[in-house]
Design a protein around this ligand. Structure first.
Ligand code: NAD
Length: 442
């Protein structure tokens, strides 16, 4: 049975309390982190191609913004899926807060955003392109009162692509044309084609950031020394994140041995050609039946032999029931929240290192930040410059994570949370004029 959004949000609140205790943060801060600024629900009425009207529920949650809203926005993706719920949006919004507070090249320089997330509860496979674009137009209308370029800016997340974002931005611009402000920064992950206003490198940014993170940790941690020179990666999920990771793997010295999507997986111990697999997926709509590999059922896929298990599909896929079969030395979280706490415990006890989501997949929001800056300033970077900046930001996040994990003798996930809280707590106090409790370490 799938883990509910309610359970995921409960787990997140427990994690926040556990980490806050280590830093001896006061109740004001704990309450701020375990709540949210706004939790906005809405319903859109979609006109289906057959003339039916369908009511679809959606949410936009703004978690914590350590900066002044109006100057620095909340930031976070928008998704489609049957598991989307108010509580899932809350948990994912909180992860955005932590990512922004963690990632940055230098101590004082982080991604200056609060965390947000939104989504529609629907099955993305059920809609035509026209219906999907209309969904985004209706979402723009529904959340228009609570968003803005310096208030809350969207991005793509699960089952939302660049053309969805274009439809959203166009609708938002039409709704707000009388205000006389440029609207590009209302969302990032826009397409580059046909003057879409996108940022070079954004499409591959999450996957590229995962490679940069892995490389930084490998350089800095002796526990990575036992990994082979050319590690074998097994990748669950072949959407925005998974396909980008796979496309770049060879250039980072990694052999892809298996890839899966919602329909099943394919595996070849001698390696899978990324380009051929992408072509097969584009033609058939799935990775299954790829001729150069054996087919695996989703249940057995996560247990196939590999050095790095890349989770790039969805939340709550590694559980207490299936973690034991994982053969990897490293679990790299491209998805948000793919490892449940009981699975994390199992992996840690077996010496398997988990590179946590809030660090590993933050490349997406990092390049979204660059795209937001471009739109706000009208100054543009090349793809080479964007990738170099991304690398610097991810290395900063990785170093910070290690520093806190070592100082508190804990795992990388807790280290990443500690580093994020150590930045966020003082900023939140400052924003609200609260004084620091004498016990608090940060
Ligand atoms: P997507 O919808 O583009 O792709 C998801 C992929 O996972 C698809 O191939 C789908 O078939 C597969 N999948 C879904 N459920 C599965 C299951 N139970 N077993 C196996 N495969 C399954 O989504 P995405 O944008 O790539 O996002 C994936 C994850 O990464 C999400 O958790 C998302 O929040 C996170 N994320 C996305 C971004 C981004 O920029 N898009 C950035 C950071 C994190």
């Amino acid at each position: 049975m799938r883990t509910s959004g309610e359970q995921i949000w409960r787990n997140e609140k427990q994690k926040i309390e556990e980490v806050a205790l280590k830093l001896q943060l006061e109740n004001n801060i704990i309450n701020e982190f375990t709540h949210f600024k706004r939790d906005f629900g809405f319903v859109i009425r979609l006109e289906r191609d057959n003339g039916d009207i369908e009511h679809i529920e959606g949410w936009r949650v703004q978690h914590v913004n350590p900066y002044d809203t109006g100057r620095r926005p909340y930031k976070g993706g928008f998704m489609r899926g049957m598991s989307v719920s108010r509580e899932l949006c809350r948990a994912k919004a909180a992860w955005m807060t932590w990512k922004c507070a963690l990632i940055g090249p230098m101590e004082e320089e982080r991604i200056p955003f609060g965390g947000a997330k939104g989504g529609l509860r629907c099955n993305p496979r059920h809609y035509s392109l026209r219906e999907k674009r209309q969904q985004m137009e209706k979402v723009a209308k529904a959340i228009n009162p609570i968003i803005g370029i310096a208030k809350d800016s969207l991005g793509p997340d699960a089952a939302v692509d660049a053309e969805d974002i274009r439809a959203f931005v166009t609708a938002y611009a039409e709704l707000n044309q009388d205000k006389g402000i440029p609207c590009g920064a209302i969302a990032t992950g826009k397409p580059l084609e046909n003057c879409g206003g996108g940022c070079p490198g954004r499409l591959l940014a999450t996957g590229r950031g995962m490679h940069y993170t892995y490389e930084a940790l490998k350089k800095l941690l002796s526990s990575f020394a036992h990994l082979p020179k050319k590690p074998r990666a097994l990748v669950q999920g072949f959407g925005n994140v998974g396909s980008a990771y796979v496309a770049l793997a060879e250039s980072f010295g990694i052999t892809i041995v298996g890839v899966s999507d919602v329909l099943g997986g394919v595996y070849n111990a001698s390696g899978i050609d990324a380009k051929e697999l992408a072509e097969h997926n584009a033609k058939t709509g799935s990775v299954i039946n790829f001729s150069e590999a054996e087919t695996l059922k989703n249940g057995e896929f996560l247990h196939a032999p590999c050095d790095i298990l890349v989770l790039a599909a969805t939340e709550a896929v590694l559980t207490g029931a299936n973690a034991d079969g994982v053969q990897a030395l490293i679990v790299l979280e491209g998805a948000n929240g793919p490892t449940l706490p009981e699975a994390q415990q199992n992996l840690s006890e077996r010496g398997i290192i988990v590179i946590p989501d809030i660090l590993a997949n933050a490349g997406g929001v990092t390049v979204s930040y660059f795209e937001w800056c471009q739109d706000m300033q009208g100054i543009f970077w090349t793809e080479k410059q964007i990738n170099q900046l991304l690398k610097n930001y991810m290395i900063g996040g990785a170093k910070r994570t290690i520093r806190f994990a070592e100082e508190f003798n804990t795992d990388l996930r807790t280290g990443a949370y500690l580093a994020a809280f150590a930045h966020c707590a003082p900023a939140v106090r400052k924003k609200h004029g609260w004084t620091k409790s004498p016990q608090s370490l940060f």
